[in-house]
Design a protein around this ligand. Structure first.
Ligand code: NAD
Length: 457
């Protein structure tokens, strides 16, 4: 059987080798999942909730171990691995508290013997192809509400987060979710492609725009429900009345947290000319203070780059920015191995001619652009094919609201950034994707509304 070699991106060491799925095993798992879904759907919601309650308890019991696995295979600093798992507990609580309300049958009309109801029926067999950067969050946003709503799930973790994916499968099984109802598929793009070939009722994908577009093309003629959570180029504007130091400290964290490998990392910063220089000084000083190194150390802030080939993308964006006249203030180069390392990198005097301000960077690099007015900032913020998140820093709420109302992004932030809440929908404009996860809408996303017309004689 073909094996997937898993390397620690911080050291380059081989840490595991696991057997992969193939076209035959994917088909077998899909058929078994479809067959098992009926009993799962017919089980009382309380029984499905109990499984997720036990899953949550198992995460709490094993939290340090699970964090260590994620850090070993992704290079995520250990403190951030624990933060992700602790954050997931809050998301699970939200889903457990909300699933009844989100999926209860609604009577929308009842008069003179005629009633109308909306029933939220599970989709059936849900396919989930996931990314590696927040494997518990982006996976959990799908498989937890999907399972609660009565679906079977085939979960294809990223090949860069396979051990976490297998741990998720083990804990769900231990919590009472039948093997066939939640099954993990191990492998890379070819296993994802085999999953698309199956008879599925929903495809929920998190990853790059390029892969998402390929999946959309493959599924188009089959009319399968499709959700895509893709990349971003998330802008923030610092207004002339903002405190430059407070904004810089917050945005340095927003740009560099998780080594910049977050879908909602701050990727473009526009600063009003009045506070620009003070902002840049404070920003560079803050980033300089971030400790780079061993992801297992408690005080590490910048870890490894998870995918080695991505170092070339970062190099290319840096070279392009330099060639087009950007001013390099910090970093701008790889760090010595073993493993995949990139120095936190800050550019000023950037323009929209540079890839750094147009293409998903997905690493610890950022461009800061000086602007002379709110209108210019707004025009630049919207000059993108993406639209995941955007933010404004100013003490003036009315000004922030007026600006953010005109920004094309799924989530907008006033005086904060790089934030996701289970209570709010997570979605993007343009090439950032279609559909949504989280919030009660992100539970209903795993159901189809069935219309009941009921005449009583
Ligand atoms: P990727 O597109 O390389 O891979 C994503 C998944 O697709 C993996 O599981 C991979 O094995 C699978 N895949 C690859 N080729 C495939 C194919 N032909 N058919 C089916 N499946 C295939 O992305 P990645 O590197 O894992 O993730 C990084 C990207 O994810 C970034 O662009 C980031 O912005 C985005 N992301 C978005 C969100 C969001 O909520 N919008 C969250 C996290 C990450």
């Amino acid at each position: 059987m073909k094996q997937l070699a898993i390397h620690n991106p911080a050291t380059g060491a081989l840490i595991a080798s696991v057997p992969t799925d193939n076209a035959q095993t994917v088909t077998a798992k899909a058929l078994a999942a479809r067959a098992a879904q009926t009993n799962w759907r017919l089980a009382p919601l309380a029984a499905r909730k109990q499984c997720i309650v036990r899953f949550r308890a198992a995460i709490v019991d094993e939290l340090d171990h699970l964090a260590a696995i994620m850090t070993a295979e992704t290079g995520k600093p250990i403190r951030m691995s624990r933060n992700e798992l602790n954050g997931l507990l809050g998301r699970i609580d939200f889903f457990l508290d909300s699933v009844e309300r989100a999926t209860a049958t609604e009577t929308v009309f009842d008069q003179d013997g005629m009633a109308e109801q909306i029933e939220h029926v599970p989709l059936g067999l849900v396919a989930n192809i996931s990314a590696w950067n927040y494997p518990w969050f982006v996976g959990g946003n799908v498989f937890i509400p999907a399972l609660l709503a009565g679906n079977a799930v085939l979960y294809k973790p990223s090949e860069y987060a396979t051990m976490t994916g297998l741990a998720i499968g083990r804990l769900l099984r231990g919590a009472g979710v039948p093997d066939q109802v939640f099954n993990v598929l191990v492998g890379g793009g070819e296993v994802g492609a085999a999953l698309i070939e199956q008879r599925i009722d929903g495809m929920f994908f998190t990853g790059s725009h390029a892969t998402g577009a390929r999946i959309a093309e493959a599924l188009g003629p089959r009319l399968v429900k499709l959700q895509l959570e893709l990349g971003g180029k998330d802008p923030t504007y610092v207004c002339d009345d903002a405190d430059p130091r407070l904004a810089a400290e917050s945005l340095a964290d927003g740009a560099m947290y998780n080594t910049g490998q977050s879908c909602c990392s701050v990727e473009r910063i526009y600063v009003h000319e009045k506070v620009h220089d003070a902002f840049v000084d404070a920003f560079v000083e803050t980033v300089r203070g971030f400790k780079v190194g061993d992801p297992t150390a408690e005080d590490t802030y910048i870890g490894a780059i998870t995918r080695a080939p991505h170092l070339d993308v970062l190099d290319a964006q840096v070279a392009d920015a330099k060639a087009k006249g950007a001013r390099l203030l910090l970093g701008g180069h790889r760090l010595p191995g073993p493993g995949n390392w990139y120095a936190p990198t800050v550019f000023a005097d950037v323009t929209h001619e540079m890839d750094l301000m147009r293409e998903d960077s997905f690493g610890p690099i950022i461009g800061i652009q000086k602007v002379r007015s709110d209108d210019v900032a707004l025009q630049l913020m919207n000059d993108t094919r993406y639209g995941l998140t955007a933010g404004v820093y100013t003490p003036d709420e009315a000004r922030a609201r007026a600006l953010l109302a005109r920004v094309n992004a799924g989530s907008v932030y006033w005086n904060c950034c790089d934030r996701v809440s289970p209570r709010l929908p997570w979605s993007g404009y343009g090439d950032s994707g279609i559909g949504l996860t989280l919030s009660t809408y992100g539970i209903q996303a795993f159901t189809r509304p069935k219309a009941w017309h009921l005449r009583r004689y």
